[in-house]
Design a protein around this ligand. Structure first.
Ligand code: C5P
Length: 205
C-alpha cells in the first residue's frame, strides 16, 4: 500500500502522514525535509538558492544534515521553496523518493507532488489543506510554545508567499491530483483530522 499525502505548508499533512504510517505500520518519508536539506546545504556552501547550478550541487548533501534541527526553521523552509523550483533539483531527488515508495510492503510519503509526479500510481492519495487563517494560527501557536512571538499577519503573509511559489512553478506545482481525496482540516482538531485520514485510507484500501 502506497499512501501519497500532498498539501501546503502547515495544513497538518505531516502530522497526518506520521499517524497514517503508525496506524498501517508503514515507513514514512517527509519529502519536504529533502528540499530543506538542499536549501540549507546550498547556503552552507556559500551558494545562491536561486542559481540552478548551486542548488543542484547541494543535492549531494551529507545524510547527517537530515538530523539538523535548523532544517525545521522558517528560514530553511523558505530556502527549500526556492531550490525546489529548479527542475534539475527535483530530478536529482526523484529516484530516492520513488525507491522509498516502492519498497516491499509500501510506504507513506508526504510533500507537494507525491500523487502527481513521484507515485502517480499510488492507491491512496490525500490532499490535505486548510485556510491560510487556520494554518497561520497553528503556526503562531507552535511558535509561541517555542517562545517566539512572530505576528500572525507576518506568518500569514509568509504562508501566502510560499503557497504562491509552490502552486505557480512550472515543474511539479502543488496541485490536487485528479484521483486525490481532499481533506480540509480548517475546522478539525488533530485527532479528528487523523481519524478522517485513516477512514479515507481504509475505504480505499
Ligand atoms: O513541506 P515543507 O514545508 O517541509 O516543504 C518545504 C518546501 O519544499 C515547500 O515549500 C516546497 O517548495 C518544497 N517541496 C517540494 N516538493 C515536495 C516537498 C517539498 O517542492 N515534495
Amino acid at each position: 500500500m502506497i499512501i501519497a499525502v500532498d498539501g501546503p505548508t502547515a495544513s497538518g499533512k505531516g502530522t497526518i502522514s506520521k499517524a497514517l504510517a503508525a496506524h498501517f505500520d508503514l515507513p514514512h518519508l517527509d519529502t519536504g525535509l529533502l528540499y530543506r536539506a538542499v536549501g540549507r546545504q546550498c547556503v552552507l556552501a556559500g551558494g545562491n538558492p536561486d542559481d540552478p547550478a548551486d542548488a543542484l550541487a547541494a543535492t549531494t548533501f551529507a545524510e547527517e544534515l537530515l538530523n539538523d534541527p535548523e532544517l525545521r526553521s522558517e528560514i530553511t523552509g523558505g530556502l527549500a521553496s526556492r531550490v525546489s523550483i529548479h527542475p534539475s533539483v527535483r530530478q536529482a531527488l526523484f529516484e530516492r523518493q520513488r525507491s522509498f515508495a516502492n519498497q516491499p510492503g509500501g510506504a507513506v510519503l508526504d510533500g507537494r507532488d507525491i500523487g502527481t509526479v513521484i507515485v502517480p500510481e499510488a492507491q491512496i492519495k490525500l490532499f490535505v489543506t486548510a485556510s491560510v487563517e487556520a494554518r497561520a494560527e497553528r503556526r503562531h501557536r507552535e511558535m509561541l510554545v517555542q517562545g517566539r512571538d512572530v505576528s500572525l499577519s507576518d506568518i500569514a503573509n509568509d504562508l501566502r508567499a510560499r503557497d504562491a511559489r509552490d502552486t505557480s512553478r512550472k515543474d511539479a506545482p502543488l496541485i490536487v491530483a485528479d484521483d486525490a481525496i481532499v481533506l480540509d482540516t480548517s475546522n478539525l482538531d488533530r485527532d479528528a483530522a487523523i481519524a478522517s485520514a485513516i477512514q479515507i485510507a481504509q475505504d480505499r484500501q
